[in-house]
Design a protein around this ligand. Structure first.
Ligand code: FES
Length: 107
């Protein structure tokens, strides 16, 4: 089991446990911690790595990106695609401030 620490925009912290290898997007949705906004909650690619609306900042425990779109997100300073992240160790993530995709971090 691994611990996921999720920091919301209002700085509240949710902590929960998941099995190793669990998809991060699915874990968040099961916890009622949607990575989507009210606009993208119903209009997204369903976890196929295409729409980039499921982004979260990974503060600690980031796995290496495996999917081409998640690799690009990491490379260019955008939020990681939660649908393309398998949790392999304890992880701390932060909700992204966004309408659709959110902005870049300074590299
Ligand atoms: S849900 Fe579309 S890229 Fe993650």
């Amino acid at each position: 089991m691994h611990t996921v620490k999720y920091i919301r925009l209002d700085h509240t912290v949710h902590t929960f446990q998941i099995e190793k290898g669990t998809n991060l997007r699915q874990a968040l949705l099961r916890q009622g911690l949607s990575p989507y906004t009210k606009y993208t909650k119903k209009v997204n690619c369903g976890g196929n790595g295409i729409c980039a609306t499921c982004g979260v900042w990974i503060e600690e425990g980031a796995p290496l990106p495996q999917h081409w779109h998640d690799k690009a997100a990491e490379r260019f300073g955008y939020a990681r695609l939660s649908c393309q992240v398998k949790v392999e160790k304890d992880i701390t993530i932060r909700q992204v401030e966004k309408w659709i995709w959110g902005g870049r971090r300074q590299l």
